[in-house]
Write a protein that binds this ligand. Structure first.
Ligand code: DAH
Length: 338
């Protein structure tokens, strides 16, 4: 009988030593010490043992129980600490590793240039106005002195919604809208999208313009020139010269094309300025009295100037970009450079 107990001890020791996890320890505790466990069944059989042997046998069983318990506890501690070490190793954080960069966007180059231009005019006391991109023929053409069937309309390849509604071809369309709701003095800029049915290296069907106009009493062409010169100097630097070339727009009289000395070659001639040393940058002029009339003003009461410039064109010159189609393409390799 004592031999049985010895082999029970041996098998328990073997089992416990080969336990590989806390689950095994739990199972072994049940196997040996549980209600229906092996050692428990020995203890239960104590009654059937002869009286003179019972005392020694009971003592041995109790010692065995204690032994198995302490073996289980010892192995349990070992397993717990090695599991902890394993977890610490697998969950450890390397605080010296460099952080992973979160890709961070920035403003589109057209927006950057537009914001810069807007802030220059705000510093000169201009206010920013807005108007619809889907526009009545009246505000886009008629009110700006483009009569129906007038050849000047061909200057702008228009997207028609119907006979009377167009996608605005220029932000000049907001001039008469502002005039109708406000009286001079007016100092207004209108940044926004415009649409033309045209596409090549220097034209895209949707692009951005900024229209500006100033209306008051006794405004002269020299005010126009001074304002634009200051603006050009702020955008392209004070060494940039400007020149006014006679031109035609139905809504200004006289009208001018404004050129700047080439920002690439400083006026000595290159392929950007077609060897002329000058680059056309915007259209401008003194507001035609017919426009005042169409807005409901008395034509002789006020004078003023207007100008319009393409934002992509300014961005191309500022950053040396040679294909306007890169702007709407939104290729990250292009955008990341600004
Ligand atoms: N609206 C013209 C265009 O898109 C640009 C322009 C020319 C605007 C002369 C003006 C101006 O205000 O006076 O081609």
């Amino acid at each position: 009988m004592l031999d049985d107990i010895q082999s029970l001890r041996d098998s328990a020791r073997e089992d416990i030593e080969s336990a590989s996890g806390l689950k095994d320890i739990h199972d072994l505790r049940v196997k040996y010490l549980g209600k229906k466990g092996i050692l428990t069944s020995y203890l239960k059989s104590l009654g059937s043992i002869a009286k003179e042997e019972r005392r020694e046998y009971g003592q041995t069983l109790n010692e065995t129980k204690g032994l198995i318990e302490s073996l289980l506890n010892g192995r349990e501690e070992d397993l717990k600490s090695s599991e902890l070490e394993k977890n610490l190793a697998s969950e450890s954080i390397d605080v010296t590793i460099t952080g992973r960069k979160i890709p961070f966007g920035h403003l589109h180059p057209v927006t950057q240039v537009l914001d810069e231009i807007i802030s220059i005019f705000i510093s000169l006391g201009f206010t920013v106005e807005d108007g619809p991109e889907i526009e009545h023929d009246f505000y886009n053409f008629e009110a700006l002195n483009f009569p129906k069937d007038h050849p000047a309309r061909d200057m702008q390849d228009t997207f028609f919604i119907n006979d009377d509604v167009v996608l605005r071809t220029h932000t000049s369309s907001v001039q008469v809208r502002v005039m109708e709701n406000n009286s001079p003095p007016l100092r207004v800029i209108v940044p926004g999208k415009v649409y033309r049915c045209d596409s090549d290296v220097s034209h895209i069907p949707m692009f951005h313009q900024l229209e500006g106009f100033l209306i008051d009493k006794n405004i002269r062409m020299s005010d126009l020139k001074g304002t634009l010169e200051l603006f050009i100097h702020r955008v392209f630097g004070p060494e940039t010269s400007i020149r006014l070339r006679p031109s035609f727009f139905p809504f200004t009289e006289p009208s001018a094309e404004i050129d700047i000395s080439c920002v690439i070659c400083n006026g000595s001639g290159c392929n950007v300025c077609s060897s002329t040393g000058w680059i056309e940058i915007l259209g401008a002029g003194m507001i035609n009295p017919h426009v005042y009339e169409n807005a409901g003003y008395e034509p002789d009461m006020y004078t003023g100037f207007a100008f319009g410039l393409g934002i992509e064109r300014v961005a191309m010159l500022k950053y040396g970009i040679n294909d306007i189609r890169l702007f709407p393409e939104n290729d990250k390799r292009f955008l990341d450079q600004f």
